[in-house]
Design a protein around this ligand. Structure first.
Ligand SMILES: NC(=O)c1ccc[n+]([C@@H]2O[C@H](COP(=O)([O-])OP(=O)(O)OC[C@H]3O[C@@H](n4cnc5c(N)ncnc54)[C@H](OP(=O)(O)O)[C@@H]3O)[C@@H](O)[C@H]2O)c1
Length: 244
C-alpha cells in the first residue's frame, strides 16, 4: 500500500481527508491535540494509519516527527501539508510574536517537513506534494494580512519546488480553498455582515463543505494529475467571484 504523510488530522479538512484517504493509502497522520481523536485511534487499531503527536510551531518537534516517519517508512507517495493556524488581526494590533507563530506553523513547518522527508519521496517512482494554501494568499481581505502573507509564501514555495523537484518526478501543487465549513465556521458566521460579505463574493452562494477538498486531493495523488505541477488550484472548492 502506498504511504502518505498528512498533517492536522484532528478536525476540519484534515479529519475528512484522513477518513477518506485511509481507505486507499496508509497514512502517517500528525495531530497536535490528543483529545477528540477517537476516530483516528480506531483507524490506527485497524493498522490503516500511524498517529504522531507534534506541535508544528516548534521546529524541534517538526524534526522529531520527521525522524519518526523516516524510521517507520521506506518510501512515500505523498505529503499533504494541511495543518494551519488561522489568525484575524488588523495591522494596528498584530504583534511580532503573532507573525512569527503564523510563519512557524504555516510555512516553516511545511517547508521542513518536505525537506526532511524528501529522500522518501525520491524513492517512489513518482510522488506528490500537496500544500493546502488559501484564497487569502491570492486575494486581499481585511484583518488577514498576517495569515495571508503565510499563504502567499506557500504559493511561492509550491511554484519554486515544482520547478526544483521535477527532475525527481515529484509534483508540487497547492489548493487554495475559499470559505469552508470547518472548525472556525460557527464563530465566523455569528458575525452576520462578515458572513454575508463572503456569500456575495462566492459564485456558488454557499460555503464549501469540509469534505469538498477530498476529491481534489485524490485527483492530485493519482496518476491522472501526472503532468500537473506548480498549480495553484483556486475556485474549485469555493472561490471568489468579484475583486475588491
Ligand atoms: N476552512 C476554510 O475555509 C479554509 C480556507 C482556506 C484555507 N484553509 C486551510 O485549510 C487548512 C486546514 O484548516 P481547517 O479549515 O480544516 O481548520 P481547522 O478545522 O481549524 O483544522 C486545522 C488543523 O490544523 C492543526 N494545527 C493548527 N496549529 C497546529 C500546530 N501548531 N501544530 C500541529 N497542528 C496544528 C489543528 O490541530 P488542533 O486540533 O491541535 O488545533 C487542526 O487539526 C489550513 O491550512 C487552513 O489555512 C481553510
Amino acid at each position: 500500500m502506498q504511504e502518505i504523510v498528512l498533517t492536522g488530522v484532528s478536525k476540519g479538512f484534515g479529519k475528512q481527508l484522513l477518513l477518506s484517504l485511509s481507505e486507499k493509502y496508509f497514512i502517517h497522520a500528525l495531530t497536535r491535540s490528543p483529545e477528540d481523536i477517537s476516530f483516528a485511534v480506531e483507524l490506527e487499531q485497524q493498522n490503516k494509519i500511524k498517529l504522531y503527536y507534534a506541535d508544528l510551531a516548534s521546529i524541534n518537534e517538526v524534526d522529531a516527527f520527521c525522524d519518526q516517519v523516516l524510521a517507520n517508512s521506506n518510501q512515500l507517495l505523498g505529503i499533504i501539508n494541511n495543518a494551519g493556524r488561522r489568525f484575524r488581526s488588523s495591522i494596528d494590533t498584530i504583534e511580532y510574536s503573532d507573525l512569527c507563530s503564523l510563519f512557524d506553523v504555516n510555512i516553516h513547518a511545511p517547508f521542513f517537513i518536505i525537506k526532511n522527508l524528501l529522500p522518501l519521496l525520491k524513492k517512489n517512482k513518482y510522488s506528490r506534494i500537496i500544500n493546502i494554501s488559501s484564497i487569502v494568499g491570492y486575494r486581499g481581505f481585511d484583518d488577514l494580512s498576517g495569515y495571508g502573507m503565510t499563504k502567499g509564501a506557500i504559493n511561492s514555495m509550491t511554484k519554486c519546488l515544482a520547478s526544483e523537484l521535477a527532475e525527481h518526478q515529484v509534483t508540487v501543487n497547492a489548493i487554495l480553498p475559499g470559505f469552508c465549513e470547518t472548525s472556525y465556521a460557527d464563530k465566523f458566521k455569528s458575525n452576520l455582515p462578515l458572513y454575508e460579505s463572503t456569500i456575495i463574493r462566492t459564485p456558488l452562494k454557499r460555503w464549501g463543505a469540509d469534505t469538498e477538498l477530498n476529491g481534489i486531493v485524490e485527483f492530485l495523488l493519482s496518476t491522472h494529475s501526472s503532468y500537473m505541477t506548480g498549480s495553484l488550484i483556486t475556485m474549485m472548492v469555493a472561490g471568489l467571484q468579484y475583486d475588491s
